[in-house]
Design a protein around this ligand. Structure first.
Ligand code: 3H9
Length: 696
């Protein structure tokens, strides 16, 4: 075995030079990996005792891509282009031996090898789109040459990881290897290639599939149209499509040039910076600094859920999905039956879309039981209360749980707004009490705010975080404050949206600005969707708010065909002259003169107070780090990931500008715009949110 550098070795096995890369955690293509592969290839080519080469990796995975931490830094070591050249132009056949994942630049390296073999559990993909990039090492030109333009478009714009079996079928792989002998099978393949004098196959020369698509621009027109909604606002997918068009219409070297140009443009742009930031932010959120090293992670093998409403049913599904039995407790049989039925119906709907088998439904339903007796929760490892938001009711339930549940059980509340410490005070074990704030629909939404009470134990926190990972959530640990992190910030935006329509901006103008910013919908369209009558009662309604008046007119949102908007049979929203008039009346009553409100003001009034509130949250220690707030907003509230999150966006706009605007609004509109102390301090010291990071 020859050591090439600190990450690469070359070993002659039966006349085949096996290059092994060892750069944990994911063998990313850092300078040392590039140098290692290049040096090993030079040595293998020069060694007359070596007839062919196998490129493989140690550890859990093949190369998972370029090293994202190197982006934006000055270039070092051999370039990826040079590495690819020496592999592709090698006079000796090169076989890529893939296990774990071959992603991004990793797959692009495999695509310049002459043959590819993988174990059945391997996955292959070009996920650059997820970090606002396109495959920049030939992927956009080589992939369509193997799998055809349509499949390539799908794979690169979704970033999906393809299973080895499917990759074999599409030609991306030449062979599958036994799970436990990849190296042996790869050496055998390399040997066969030499012994049978098979050609040095280069994907760049395979033009059949791209030529077949030439003269068919409709392929791209259709793809753009079909995905218009999904790609809205994102730059990278659009550039990927253009590159695949180039693969079809231009010689490969010109296509590669275009790919390079677009890759560099995207790399320097704000979107990719935001998405790369988010990639690390979402991983960092799992890291809770300061937890006791010996905090035990408790086994959670049974879950009790109190309340079988939409929320309780959705919460239960999360655990059933991963094989954890759930017992639901309700107060009335009818409500319990309805909840259990909702769960089955949800599963059946998933099955209809082909995403679940009939057998899987039955397996999950077999784990589900229900009753009307809290006593049945006595043996549960975790109990989650999901009843309506009423402190007295919650305290009563927690008091009873305290008496019923076994020692060591975790007692969780799904409250979205109430004081968790007060809820915990109803028990004799506040250290066992935690908030698990799921978002509706709880079986779909990724976000979970894990709310740490003043006395919650480290072990309960560690267990909750790990459990969240197990059920596929993105968890963020937050502190106890009104609305926690997500809703507290939402409150700022909602207040301003409501204020703006009284000043002359119509709901559709506010919605349009926020939609164009990248939110899936604006606050008024959202209210119409959720129903304006949430929490409204006919008897108590006194025409005192806009919402009350709309409900009184039976404009209760989409479900009644009218709300802030009018809706046709297809539920298309149209601005409503009636609503415009009502708003004007309200504004007059409040003594407000309608004025022209610019789109810029709408955006700044809605977004800057969110950033400011985020600063207050940090100041109070209610979020661990600024990036956690961004993770909450991207996963729970539709903040466009290509804008990173409110805190990243604040840094991008520039905190001095945000502060100046907050002061201006404070002077013209009132103390609700008072800048956070932290915002003032950061600006005074020339720092930004990204400079504060206790988790790193
Ligand atoms: C690219 O290739 C561009 C090219 O087209 C062109 C170039 C010219 N770099 O996710 P995990 C870290 S763009 C640096 O928790 P898992 C990660 O931060 C790249 N670091 O594990 C974490 O660190 P820590 C295209 C990376 O088992 C640790 O590894 N490739 C990279 O759940 C473990 O990660 C991608 O976008 C990286 N590329 O999942 C693939 N990848 O422990 C991105 C990971 O300090 N990666 N780290 O928190 C993934 O999708 C997942 O990490 C993977 C493993 C599936 C590989």
């Amino acid at each position: 075995m020859k050591t090439i550098n600190n990450v690469a070795t070359l070993t002659n096995v039966n006349g085949v030079g096996v290059i092994a890369i060892n750069f944990p955690p994911v063998n990313a293509l850092s300078a040392s990996v590039r140098d290692g592969i290049h040096g090993a290839m030079q040595a293998a080519i020069a060694d007359p005792a070596i007839d062919a080469v196998v490129l493989r990796c140690e550890g859990s995975t093949f190369i998972a891509g370029a090293d994202i931490t190197e982006f934006g830094k000055p270039p070092a070591g051999v370039s990826l282009g040079e590495v690819q050249r020496i592999l592709e132009e090698s006079p000796k056949p090169v076989v890529a031996a893939i296990h774990g994942t071959a992603l991004g630049g990793g797959l692009e390296v495999a695509l310049v090898c002459h043959y590819r073999i993988a174990v059945p559990t391997a996955r292959l993909g070009l996920p650059e789109v997820n970090i606002g990039l396109l495959p920049g090492a030939g992927g956009t030109q080589r992939l369509p040459r193997i799998v055809g333009p349509e499949a390539a478009l799908e794979m690169m714009t979704s970033g999906a990881h393809v299973r080895a079996k499917d990759a074999l079928q599409s030609g991306l792989l030449d062979e599958l290897a036994p799970e436990d002998d990849l190296s042996g099978a790869a050496v055998a393949l390399a040997r066969r290639v030499v012994d049978e004098k098979r050609p040095l196959r280069k994907i760049r020369d395979q033009n059949e599939k791209v030529e077949a698509a030439r003269g068919h621009p409709e392929i791209f027109a259709k793809f753009r149209q079909a995905n218009a909604k999904k790609f809205r606002g994102f730059e990278a997918p659009k550039k990927i499509i253009e590159c695949v068009e180039a693969a079809v219409n231009l010689p490969i070297d010109e296509g590669l040039q275009l790919e390079r140009k677009y890759f560099m443009e995207l790399m320097k742009g704000d979107q990719s910076a935001a998405q790369r930031y988010y990639f690390f932010a979402s991983r960092q959120a799992w890291n809770v600094p300061g937890l006791a090293k010996d905090a035990a992670v408790l086994p959670v093998q049974s879950v009790g859920v109190i309340g079988a409403g939409t929320m309780g049913a959705g919460i239960a599904m999360n655990f059933l999905n991963v094989g954890i039995p759930v017992h639901i407790v309700e107060t009335r049989q009818e409500a319990l039956d309805r909840g259990l039925k909702t769960i089955r119906t949800n599963y059946e709907n998933t099955a209809k879309k082909g995403r679940l088998t009939a057998q899987a439904i039955e397996e999950r339903m077999a784990l589900l039981t229900g009753s009307l007796d809290l006593q049945n929760l006595s043996d549960m490892d975790l109990v989650i209360e999901a009843v309506f938001e009423n402190m007295d009711v919650k305290k009563d339930i927690f008091g009873r749980l305290d008496r019923i549940c076994k020692a060591g059980a975790i007692l969780a509340s799904n409250t979205s707004a109430l004081d968790l410490n007060e809820i915990a005070s109803a028990t004799s074990r506040p250290e066992a009490v935690i908030g698990l704030h799921f978002f509706s629909p709880a079986n779909v939404m990724k976000l979970l705010e894990v709310v740490r009470g003043a006395k919650t134990s480290d072990s309960v926190i560690a267990t909750s975080m790990q459990l969240a990972k197990k059920i596929g959530k993105v968890a963020v640990l937050v502190g106890v404050c009104p609305g926690f992190v997500g809703n507290r910030i939402l409150g700022q935006r909602q207040r301003e949206a409501n204020a703006l329509i009284m000043e002359g901006a119509m709901p559709w103008a506010v919605d349009r600005v926020l939609y164009d910013f990248g939110f899936p919908m604006g606050p008024f369209a959202m209210s119409d969707l959720a129903g304006l009558d949430l929490g409204w009662s006919k008897e108590k309604s006194s025409s005192s708010t806009l919402r009350e008046v709309l409900c009184e007119m039976d404009r209760r949102g989409q479900k009644t065909g009218a709300g802030f908007y009018d809706y046709d049979e297809k539920r298309t929203a149209v601005p409503s002259p009636v609503v415009e008039e009502i708003i004007q009346r309200f504004a007059q009553k409040q003594g407000k003169q309608a004025r022209k409100v610019s789109d810029e003001e709408i955006l700044e009034r809605c977004i800057y107070p969110m950033i400011n509130e985020g600063a207050k949250i940090l100041e109070e220690g209610m979020a661990i780090r600024a990036s956690d707030i961004d993770v909450v907003w991207v996963n729970g509230y539709g903040w466009p990931v290509y804008r990173g999150g409110p805190m990243f966006y604040g840094d991008l706009v520039g905190l001095p500008k945000v502060l100046a605007k907050m002061k201006e609004f404070e002077a013209s509109h009132g103390p609700q715009f008072k800048p956070a102390k932290l915002l003032e301090e950061l600006v005074a010291s020339g720092r930004q949110f990204s400079d504060l990071n206790p988790g790193k």
